[in-house]
Design a protein around this ligand. Sequence first.
Ligand code: SF4
Length: 355
Amino acid sequence: MSDMHQALEKAGAGERITRAEALILADSAGVHQLGQAALEVRTRLFGQQAFFVYNQHLNYTNICVNDCRFCAYSKRKGEEGSYVMMVEEVREAIKCRLHEPVEEVHVVGGLNPDLPYDYYLEMLAAIKEARPGVHIKAFTAVEIAFLAQKYKKTRKQVLTEFTQAGLDALPGGGAEVFSPHLRSKLCPEKLSGEEWLKVHELAHSLDIPTNCTLLFGHIETWQDRLDHLQALRDLQDRSGGFLCFIPLPYQTGGNDLQAEGPDGLDMVKMWAISRVFLDNIPHIKAYWVFCGIKAAQLGLWYGADDFDGTLVEEKVGHAAGADTPRGLGIEQLQHHIQAAGMIPVRRDSFFQPRT
Ligand code: SF4
């Protein structure tokens, strides 16, 4: 049996594969062979279930001191189109949707040096006051590290104080690709990959669950992708706090990076390799906003088990040209999942099924 077939057999059986084996699969396995192995793993874990959440996005400011080359969302202070949502506007945005069964509010923004520390505490408290019981998934590791540095607090203090104010979980953004070499080209001012991992490890130690991402389909190679996945798997072995991995296909619009973005085959391969390699991270997301609904439906057969959510008012992916609706109704989401041949299961932020 060839090395590729051996790796494929191990992957499908749910045995841990090495980085070298994953690289062989990425280089040599057919996309359907990979998909079959990933589907076996996914089916053992979740059967035909495909998860989604009723969520609302709040992008509280697009003013950012960084200048990530792939970002089409950020603006400088005073630049046309720059904005900040005041706490009362955040409260209103939540109240506007009280007639809908929103269970998760996803809050991320730019690194805005003019917002006082209390702004963040008040925003978290306002969301919980306006909609008691909602889960708040907020602030990337990049935002947490920025605020700790700016306000001369430890990261632990920031995470603890934010949790007391209402934070329930961290999203997975800001990971991009961990390679220092690529980061120096893509996002030189950004928190390093090593520090990103440290923030998540700290959150896990404080019992704050988090998520993780990889931005792919730009200037990285499969070696870079697998280094990134290896670092995530190693951390998960130590701390166990990742809920979901989200491979984010690079969006080509509105930025200076000369890259084409992944094609359909690359996307399904990415889901499949993620599923078989990340044997300790429970969920893999087909994030329809970034990859499109049709690709996300296919992703459910290539290892992904989560479709994300209704996400009204998402701005970050759409600023970069994501050619998808701004939000989906619950019936539409269920329809898309059912049309893909899966069983829609509504979940909360912690992936617990809701009735
Ligand atoms: S990706 Fe985030 S940190 Fe980078 S420029 Fe955009 S908003 Fe700022």
